[in-house]
Every structure is written in C-alpha cells, then in structure tokens.
Design a binder for this molecule. Structure first.
Ligand SMILES: [Zn+2]
Ligand SMILES: [Zn+2]
Length: 146
C-alpha cells in the first residue's frame, strides 16, 4: 500500500494541474492517492466523509479527469472507477498508458502504472483514441501463503 500523501503535496498537485485547491478537491485527491487501487464514486464519497456535497464531489471528479489528475478505470463490472494518476505527474507529462489488474479475491482493480500497454498493430483505417487493458487474476496481497 502506498503511504498517505502529505496535504501540501496534494495541494501542490492540484495547483500544478491548473486547478484551484479547495477542501473537497484535497479530500478527493487524498482518498484516491492513498489507495493503490481504483475507487468507485460511492467509495470516494465514503472516504471523503458525510460532509461532502455529492454534486461538488462529482464535479470535482469531472474536473480532475479533464485536468489529468485522475483517470477512469474500466474493469469487468458495470461500475465506473477512478484512480489517481501518479502524484508526481504533471498535466503535460501525463502517463496513462498502463495496464489495470482486477483481483478476483479482493475485487480491487489496481493501476499497474509501471506496466505499459503493449503496442497493438491496427488494420488500416482504424485509429485508437483510448486504450483499456485489463488483466485479471490474484493480486500480491491475495496470493495464498505456501
Ligand atoms: Zn486481491
Ligand atoms: Zn490506471
């Protein structure tokens, strides 16, 4: 599990992506950056606490996504999940070319930001605009102990 991110780093990350930092924005980023796996909107709501207005929360997710602070994670469920992009990344050095991994035991979907999606040769006339690459299996934490 990644360590909790210091509040001033959260604020800096928000500002670096061209957004004004607000308590809700900090809380949402803290919820996502503190986890190694993607969260649903409902889970982010739980993490940020009952004081957070739902409309503000979803607006925050939208503006974070547009600014490249977070990205959508598509897995085999119908629920959309979000994950924080690397806390060190900036809007112009945004890296989302990575594999996601769904664990069948804990049901978490992880961002494997160190594993790049392999190049795929497309037939003529096809142009990909987004790439989702999902592996499923058993995560590090759920491996049976020998
Ligand atoms: Zn697991
Ligand atoms: Zn990811």
């Amino acid at each position: 599990m990644p360590p909790a991110v210091a509040p001033d780093r959260l604020a800096q990350t928000i500002v670096r992506h061209g957004l004004r930092q607000t308590p809700v924005r900090r809380a949402v980023l803290a919820a996502l950056a503190g986890k190694g796996y993607a969260l649903t909107g409902a889970e982010i709501e739980l993490e940020t606490g009952p004081g957070t207005d739902r409309i503000t929360l979803y607006r925050t997710l939208k503006s974070f996504e547009q600014s490249g602070l977070i990205h959508r994670v598509i897995d085999d469920s119908d629920v959309l999940r979000y994950a924080a992009c690397s806390i060190e990344c900036s809007a112009d050095a945004h890296f989302d070319n990575h594999v996601h991994f769904k664990c069948g035991v804990c049901a978490h979907t992880y961002c494997l930001s160190q594993v790049a999606i392999p190049a795929v040769a497309l037939p003529g006339g096809f142009r990909a605009e987004r790439r989702d690459y999902l592996l499923s299996g058993t995560c590090q934490l759920c491996q049976p102990t020998p």
